[in-house]
Design a protein around this ligand. Structure first.
Ligand code: NAP
Ligand code: 8YV
Length: 317
């Protein structure tokens, strides 16, 4: 049977692969170097997720027979692209199957942040309601929402926002054929809106795209929602902007050094913090796991993966 290495626990993936492949679980190895020295030369397929660490030369050097990398999740900033492309490896991700789920979470996080729902809930649980009502909150009414990164999830989010009756604008490097106003830069977009939703990929190209200039342009009534990657937002600049009143509030599903969250953010009661749960429903995680499995099966059966990332499509016949 073909040997597959998994870098992190992925129950649905393991269940889907185990009858067909020989699985090797890297996180269970007591001595990682010895384990890789033993099984590495046999590994033909790799199943990874961002929680399994970065895929770079250090691991790839142990896997000379590797043909394909099947990654759990649509974002693949945990993959060192020069390292995989130098080896002409095919990499797949899981686009599409999580789009609607993540857009749902994005809308939930936006409303939760604006209407202060977690703080209001804490008010009831703490028995404070009989002593006084909860303070009035900011609102989505009358706002203009900017989406930084209008791809699959950005578009699904925009479709939902249309039903909420708010004006929508966006920035991408290439304008799209959509009925929303395009702005030529993140700072221009932030200056035109009072909610900024970040939905770009992570990685070097988008690192700290949201910086002090963007937050200043967003303004004192502005709300930042980040469901993309922590690296897209300059955390120190954000903490300063929230502390100084440069912006009003933020809802964050992702963090630069997750799962560690800066204490300064934890100490801000009006900021909503989630543990990277954009796609984390049972049904969607199962669909993502199935696509990781299907990519490997399709590759080893037909030589064609189902959802290769753009950067490695050129390696396919
Ligand atoms: P997608 O369809 O590839 O969309 C990415 C969008 O970002 C495109 O519109 C792209 O347009 C834009 N973009 C890329 N680089 C940019 C840049 N430098 N400046 C401005 N815009 C840029 O991806 P998706 O499926 O919507 O997913 C987006 C991201 O969401 C993922 O990569 C992942 O990091 C994140 N995500 C998070 C969760 C979560 O649980 N929180 C779940 C799923 C996904 P242009 O190429 O024209 O610029
Ligand atoms: C996953 C995500 O939770 O798809 C993505 O890009 O961020 C999430 O859906 C994550 O990738 C799991 O490792």
């Amino acid at each position: 049977m073909t040997d597959i290495l998994l870098t992190a626990p992925m129950p649905a993936v393991e269940r889907g692969l185990e009858s067909r492949f020989t699985l090797h679980r890297l996180w269970q190895a007591e001595n990682r170097e010895a384990f890789l020295a033993q099984v590495g030369p046999r590994i033909a397929g790799l199943a990874i997720s961002s929680s399994g660490g970065r895929l770079d030369d250090t691991l790839l050097a142990h896997l000379p027979a590797l043909q394909i990398v099947s990654s759990f999740g649509v974002g693949y900033d945990h993959v060192d692209l020069p390292a995989v492309t130098a080896r002409r490896l095919v990499v797949t991700n899981t686009p599409g199957v999580l789009t609607e789920e993540v857009a749902d979470l994005t809308l939930g996080l936006l409303l939760t942040t604006l209407r202060q729902i977690p703080a209001a809930e804490r008010h009831v649980r703490a028995g404070l309601w009989p002593k006084g009502g909860f303070p009035l909150s900011p609102s989505l009414r009358g706002r203009k929402v900017g989406i930084l990164g209008l791809g699959d999830i950005g578009l699904a989010t925009a479709r939902r926002l249309e039903a909420f009756g708010v004006e929508i604008a966006y920035h991408t490097r290439t304008p799209r054929s959509v009925p929303y106003a395009w702005y030529e830069s993140p700072v221009a977009l932030a200056g035109a809106v009072d909610v900024l939703i970040v939905l770009t990929p992570g990685g070097d190209a988008t690192r700290h795209l949201v910086d002090t200039a963007v937050l200043t342009a967003l303004g004192p009534d502005g709300v930042l929602i980040n469901v993309a990657r922590g690296s897209v937002v300059d955390t120190q600049a954000l903490i300063e902007a929230l502390t100084n009143g440069t912006i009003l509030s933020a809802g964050l599903d992702v963090f630069e050094d997750e799962p560690r969250v800066p204490q300064a953010l934890i100490d801000m009661p009006h900021v909503v913090l989630l543990p990277h749960i954009g796609s984390a429903s049972m049904v969607t995680r199962a669909a993502m796991g199935q696509l990781v499995v299907d990519n490997l099966v399709s590759w080893f059966d037909t030589g064609k993966p189902l959802t290769p990332i753009a950067e490695t499509r050129g390696f396919l016949a």
